[in-house]
Unconditional design. Structure first.
Length: 82
């Protein structure tokens, strides 16, 4: 098995997805199924996790989401086991 094929299988996690060609950029694919899979896999890998630690501006320290607490002394959100 070529290294490029192995990397595709690791990155894309789908052994049947062998349509990726080295040197061909995402915007150059014309097959709609390939484009859909590329977009889907990209979003899976690059969608950020949103929680109080990664996006504190979205949360109220006085009304923390389940599993989180805010420590005003250290000014940090902490994940707790409930």
């Amino acid at each position: 098995m070529k290294i490029a094929q192995l990397l595709k299988r690791i990155i894309f996690g789908d052994p049947s997805f062998d349509h990726i060609i080295e040197g061909l950029y995402a915007h150059q694919y014309t097959d709609e199924e390939c484009r859909r899979i590329i977009t889907e896999k990209y979003k899976e890998r690059h969608t950020p996790v949103v929680n109080p630690l990664t996006a504190p501006e979205k949360y109220d320290p006085l009304n923390p989401p389940s599993g989180w607490v805010y420590d005003p002394y250290y000014e940090i959100w902490m994940e707790i086991n409930e």
